[in-house]
Design a protein around this ligand. Structure first.
Ligand code: HXC
Length: 268
């Protein structure tokens, strides 16, 4: 679907998107690029990054792929350094990298729990922490939205409770808390806005393939106010809005983009 936004709303901006090689992260990278931003994508798999970067560049988007694991502070530091070295600055950090699998609490080892917390929560904090010095300098361009921006991709699971997702629910609750704390402190001190997006079930993503096989997807249609899965596009449009000057007064919020699903039914 065509974007309703003007093609230059992120002109001159530089974004780093973790988990940017596939799914929601790749769509955000693509839409940011189509609206004027240069994009660095970070992920663990070289081959996935190469395919994604080729697709971005084929549209004329300035893009690079940087291998790294958000669980490793040295990877985070290196990726930030390479991004700013390549593009000269950083304006926007999108924390899209996430780990997930379905498992009952009984069968989940503490290490399995820790692994998802490490990727989603600690990984988000690590990237924010390492990006701060770049965001302090970056994001100070023209226009009313002069500070940097962090966007944390969250979920709605933890607003209620869900089956087989105790680790992800805990991890995303922490992510939302990180969003609010940094919004307060870095908004005040450095004019950096920190917001989140909580997607509902989004079709054609690694998460959906893993978490909701075909049967579950069709059953859950009955509970859905808008009776359809969201698209990666829906999340990218929310990200564009928050990243553009239109979002200049939005700080510390996590925007739910789920067609109202979490209101109507706790989980499938
Ligand atoms: C039970 C599992 C498991 C599984 C891993 N573990 N997979 N336990 N069921 N399916 C346990 C392991 O037994 C181990 O604990 C610990 O987790 C670490 O496992 P590793 O395989 O060593 O970890 P690693 O290779 O680092 O992989 C971690 C990973 C990650 C979390 C599995 O690779 C991953 O999820 N990748 C997929 C990314 C993805 O799907 N992204 C989209 C996310 S969607 P022990 O005790 O044995 O040592 C999303 C949406 C959220 O986030 C909202 C949904 C509505």
């Amino acid at each position: 679907m065509a974007s309703p936004f003007k093609a230059d709303i992120l002109k001159g901006k530089v974004a780093l998107v973790t988990g940017g090689g596939s799914g929601i992260g790749l769509e955000i990278s693509t839409q940011f690029g189509r609206h004027g931003a240069a994009v660095a994508i970070m992920g663990r798999r070289r081959q996935v990054l190469d395919v994604a970067v080729a697709a971005l560049r084929s549209e004329g988007i300035r893009a690079i792929g940087l291998e790294g694991d958000v669980r490793k502070q040295e990877d985070a530091a290196r990726v930030l350094e390479e991004t700013t070295k390549h593009f000269g600055k950083l304006d926007i950090l999108v924390n899209g990298a996430a780990g997930n699998f379905l498992v009952s609490p009984e069968d989940l080892s503490p290490n399995g729990f820790r692994t998802v917390i490490d990727i989603d929560s600690v990984g988000t904090f690590t990237m924010c922490h390492e990006a701060l010095k770049c965001l302090k300098k970056g994001g100070r361009g023209e226009g009313p939205s002069t500070g940097g921006l962090i966007l944390n991709i969250s979920a709605t699971l933890h607003y209620t409770a869900g089956w087989y997702q105790i680790h992800v629910s805990a991890a995303k609750a922490a992510v939302d808390s990180i969003t609010r704390s940094l919004a307060l402190e870095w908004g005040t001190d450095y004019d950096i806005r920190v917001n989140g997006i909580a997607p509902g079930p989004i079709g054609d993503t690694p998460g959906m393939r893993k978490l909701a096989p075909g049967e579950l997807q069709s059953k859950s249609r009955d509970y859905r106010p808008l009776y359809k899965l969201g698209e990666r596009w829906d999340i990218a449009m929310a990200a564009l809005y928050l990243a553009s000057d239109a979002g200049k007064y939005i700080n510390g919020t996590t925007m739910v983009v789920d067609g109202g699903l979490w209101l109507s039914h706790p989980r499938h």
